[in-house]
Write a protein that binds this ligand. Structure first.
Ligand code: UDP
Ligand code: MG
Length: 325
């Protein structure tokens, strides 16, 4: 690293990416070599890979002194990888990228251009459309971004990805949020600053498989909402109140009707339906409550977000990392 150049850190969480990692490195390096005003460092995070991902990282580190790697003791999830990478990144600018080339490195110069004159604090990419995704998944993701924007009260544009280049100040702000349940898409919006959005056409994974299943995407969305909004709780209370008022009115109506006309009360099937509906709703809202309780429980435990098994970071950097819980 030469001293007079600004440093760009590339943070890359990897989980079982042996098929694509070398390709990612070569492609990205070619782009970086064209960005002559910057020096670079790669920060690879091996998130409990079961394949040769870690040994590829080690090979890269042997031949390129600008390659750092952190290897977790098991899979902690992409959010944990992002956190470890951001903590380790020393750059004046930091860019977050997927290893599968779905965040094409060719956009790096454009992102840097927007960032370098200091008008923006981060430059983020959003996809215009995603190839090879079913109708259901597209609809679901559209709904997710709409709902998240409403709930979290900060704008998460549709198709927002984690592909983002940030200034040092922006990164430090992101790191100042010490929560255990990390929903990075929300955190990026929450910290504020000026973000410039660039649209790009999504590319297919260069090799390997996506780590997401529809089930885990659903869980991710729920986690995001719970982490960034307490509105579901308010909604549950409001709905409960509404039902209470409605049922009181209905009761009064029946009471008065019986007093005046002496109608026998009929309609057991309706009664069963109402009981079922009410108990269903109660369980649903208990569930919502439980989600928050569970999150609070995990926060209170104060466990570390990830555990590092090995890395080639300088000793003191590692100490610093473990101190920050
Ligand atoms: N990833 C990770 N830990 C995980 C899952 C994924 O570090 O538990 C990494 C993965 O290696 C990739 C990035 O996160 O670099 C995005 O994952 P993927 O391509 O599977 O997600 P998709 O692009 O399908 O949303
Ligand atoms: Mg991908």
């Amino acid at each position: 690293m030469s001293d007079d150049k600004l440093l760009l850190s590339l943070v890359v969480p990897c989980c079982n990416e042996e098929e694509v990692l070398q390709n990612f490195y070569d492609t990205t390096l070619a782009v970086l070599n064209g960005m002559t005003e910057l020096s670079y460092e790669f920060v690879f995070i091996d998130d409990g890979s079961k394949d040769k991902t870690l040994s590829i990282m080690k090979e890269l580190a042997k031949t390129d002194k600008n390659v750092r790697y952190i290897s977790f003791s098991r899979n902690f999830g992409k959010e944990a990888g992002i956190l470890a990478g951001l903590r380790a990144a020393a750059g004046d600018y930091v860019v977050l990228m997927d290893a599968d080339l779905q965040h094409p490195p060719k956009y790096l110069p454009e992102m840097y251009d927007k960032l370098k004159d200091g008008k923006y604090d981060s430059v983020a990419m959003k996809r215009t459309h995603r190839k090879g995704e079913g109708l259901f998944r597209r609809l679901f993701s559209k709904m997710f971004f709409k709902l998240m924007t409403k709930l979290a009260e900060n704008d998460i544009p549709e198709g927002a990805t984690d592909f983002r280049m940030m200034s040092r100040q922006f990164v430090d702000s992101v790191l100042s949020l010490t929560e255990y349940n990390r929903f990075t898409k929300g955190i990026f919006g929450w910290v504020g600053y000026e973000t410039y959005w660039i649209s790009y056409k999504d590319e297919q994974r260069a090799a390997g498989k996506s780590k997401w299943k529809s089930g885990s995407l659903f869980k991710y969305s729920i986690d995001g909402m719970v982490a960034f909004s307490t509105k579901p709780l308010a909604f549950a209370s409001a709905f409960g109140l509404l039902l209470f008022v409605l049922s009181t009115i209905t009761m009064l109506v029946f009471f008065i009707k019986t007093l005046i006309w002496g109608d026998p009360v009929a309609g057991f099937p309706t009664l069963i339906c109402v009981i079922l509906m009410m108990s269903g709703l109660q369980i649903l809202f208990l569930g919502i409550l439980g989600q928050y309780f569970a999150k609070a429980y995990m926060e209170v435990k104060g466990r570390p977000v990830y555990i590092t098994k090995e890395s080639n970071l300088e000793k003191n950097e590692n100490d610093k990392l473990s101190e920050e819980k």
